[in-house]
Every structure is written in C-alpha cells, then in structure tokens.
Design a protein around this ligand. Sequence first.
Ligand SMILES: Nc1ncnc2c1ncn2[C@@H]1O[C@H](COP(=O)(O)OP(=O)(O)OP(=O)(O)O)[C@@H](O)[C@H]1O
Ligand SMILES: [Mg+2]
Length: 369
Amino acid sequence: MLEIKNLQKAYLGRDGRTATQALGGVSFEVEEGAFFTLLGPSGCGKTTMLQCIAGLETPDSGTIRMGDQVVFSSSDRVLVPANKRELGMVFQSYAIWPHMTVFENVAFPLLHGPRRSSGSDVKKEVARALEMVQLGHVSDRPAPMLSGGQQQRVALARALVHRPRVLLLDEPLSNLDAKLRDSMRNEIRSLVKTVGITTIFVTHDQTEAVGMSDQIMLMRAGSIVQKGGPRDIYLRPNSVFAADFMGRSNLVAGRVLDEGARIRIETPFGPLAAETDAELRKGDEAVAVIRPQAVSLVTREASATLENCFAGQILSLTFLGDVVETEVQVMGQKLVLMLNPYDLHTRGDEIFLHMPAERCVIVPAEKAA
Ligand SMILES: Nc1ncnc2c1ncn2[C@@H]1O[C@H](COP(=O)(O)OP(=O)(O)OP(=O)(O)O)[C@@H](O)[C@H]1O
Ligand SMILES: [Mg+2]
C-alpha cells in the first residue's frame, strides 16, 4: 500500500550550512490496512518521516509510493502536493479550531479540501464521522467545550471525514492523562481496524507501540534499527539498543563460545546457551539479553538436570502488586527478576534460576559511540 525507498532528509542549520541528517536513507513498506508504528527516542526522525509522507516536508532524495501512485520521486521529479495525497492527519496538538463547533471542525476538510462536497453530502459525511468516534450528540457544541479525549476524537473524525487512503497519527495521545491515554489507545486501534484504514502511528512510548501495532519500526538517529511485530521486537531484539528501548532486560556482556543459531556465551556466572539472529563468531564480544519474565525458579534437584540453571541469592525485594521486583546475585552478576506476588521469598534466600535457551537472545556488543 505504502512504499518508501531510500528516503533522505537533512535540515540545514541556522548558518545555512551545518546539516542535521534527520533521515539517512530509510526504506520500508506498509501493507494495506496495517497499523504501522514508527517508534524511537526524541529526535530520531519520526515526525520528519511522517511529514515527508504527508507532503508537508520535501525529502532530499528517495521515492514514496501510495498504492499505484508515486507521490514523491527525486529521480523522476515527482512531487504531489499535500492536499492531493488523500491523507488524514492528527497531530500531537490536535489543532482543532476553537472558534468553530464540533460539526464545523469536522466539516472543514469537506468544504475547503480539494474535492468539495455538496451541502447534504457534508451533513451525511460529518454525521458518519462523528458517529465513528461516538460524538454525534455534541455536534453543535463549541469545540473548546469538550474534554481532552473528546477533542482528540474530533481531530480523528476530521482526519477521517474525507475517507483518506492513509491515516497519519503523530503522537496523538501525548497530551492526555495516563488513564485517558489507555482508553484512547484501545479506541483508536479499534476505530482504525473497523474502518480498515492503513495507519501510520508515531510514538516514543514502547508500551503504546506494543499494545496498538501490527508492525513496529524502531528507529534511531534517522535509521531503522529493527522492524517486526510487537512480539518479535520485544522477545527477539536484534541489538542492545532494541532490547533496552523495548523494556526492562538484563544485559549480560560476555564472549561468544561457539557459532550458529544457538550458541553459548561466557558470562560472569558461566556459559549460557541462547539463540541469536546475528552473525557472531567465536570469541566475539556480545551481550545476552535476558528479560525478567524469561527466568523461572526451579528446585535445587531440577536445577541439576536442566540446561541454563544457576544458583543465586536474593539481594532485595520490591513488592509492586502485580509482580515482586527482585534483585538476585548470581556469581559476579546482578540480575533483576519479576516474581509472583503470591510466592513468599526473603532477602538472603538461595534460589535456583532457570533461563531456557530459547528465551535468551544474544546480540552484538554495542560499539562505543
Ligand atoms: N525544521 C527543522 N529544522 C532543523 N532541524 C530539524 C527540523 N525539524 C527537525 N529537525 C531535526 O531533525 C531531527 C529529527 O527530528 P524529528 O522531529 O523528525 O524527530 P522525532 O523523532 O519526531 O522527535 P520527537 O519524539 O521529539 O518528536 C532532530 O535532530 C531535529 O532536531
Ligand atoms: Mg516528533
């Protein structure tokens, strides 16, 4: 549905010379109807990418294709203007107009867009869009007299009212409080799935990305780090950066002991068997990624027969309700585990950890920047 090829964009500095490389040759494809998320830390180029797709920024080079239409190509000198790209967009500041009613806000793209609609069509289409976001009952209310979540829904209705081909959402939840954000997350996801529209969502919040997306593209400094489904990226990170960015993990440095898809790494607590997608050679410096959830406790007897079992001593326990965050000393290495709150443990207890090899991932050591 959407194909981006080798997109580059640099911004000139104030002196007109020093350039910031915001996108360094990025390529990816988004399938029809997919919920596709651009995820990454502040400044990694997410908004720049979205603006290039929208036609609000012009890339330096590359191509952007939407369905059968090339909307940007540096080599063929194609540049379809933003209002001809048939996109819906919602920004972080939802930018709804305060001097207008809810109806007028949503009707705006129909009255002023490239394809003007007639009066009765406008009424019908606005009603349909407001129904989708469950705001039919406040149609005549001035826009500022709505809650934050309702204003966000007006922005969504306005983005969807002209039946765009692609919906672009740039951190649309960041102005909402935590609880509202949770419910809007589900609402947006189910709305775009019901409408069936291809959606590109931008966020720097990994929980949001994991909970909403079909596909996630993790970015760093204008480049792609990893692409995949939420499970792949969370459970099978390809780098220290991805492991660290996607959530809590124990990162244990060591040297690779053998080669293949399932390899062992020498850690401070002994050899650990694990899986890898990286091309690592014997003797390479690498890092084992062990998510707290990957570790289970076993009995001393079981630990003697299973692979990847290690004895440890509990250093501290923090009761968090749904889990007990537990620090464990395993030989020279401190690990963090999440234990079941119904299991009683105390500081100083000896426990036996089992880390199944298929739940441990080895990634290349990060080169110092
Ligand atoms: N108009 C501009 N002029 C100059 N530099 C810019 C401009 N817009 C963005 N940049 C720079 O380009 C890089 C990418 O910015 P971008 O806004 O795409 O990041 P982002 O991933 O959306 O970040 P955030 O999560 O903070 O919104 C940053 O280094 C930023 O400082
Ligand atoms: Mg941004």
